[in-house]
Design a protein around this ligand. Structure first.
Ligand SMILES: [Zn+2]
Length: 48
């Protein structure tokens, strides 16, 4: 799913713990469906 405004994503790595918030979502149909990747290289997980 593309990134949407306001979503939180957190790094699953215990040694990192970085968290990001989307301040501007992807345009419909233009943003793909990949999760963001953290600076440490892990794929970030959406926080529900
Ligand atoms: Zn990380």
């Amino acid at each position: 799913m593309a990134l949407r405004t306001g979503e939180l994503y957190r790094c699953p790595s215990d040694g990192c713990g970085c968290e990001i918030q989307v301040t501007r979502g992807a345009k419909p149909g233009g943003g793909g469906d990949k999760s963001p990747t953290c600076c440490c290289g892990m794929e970030m997980k959406k926080v529900d």
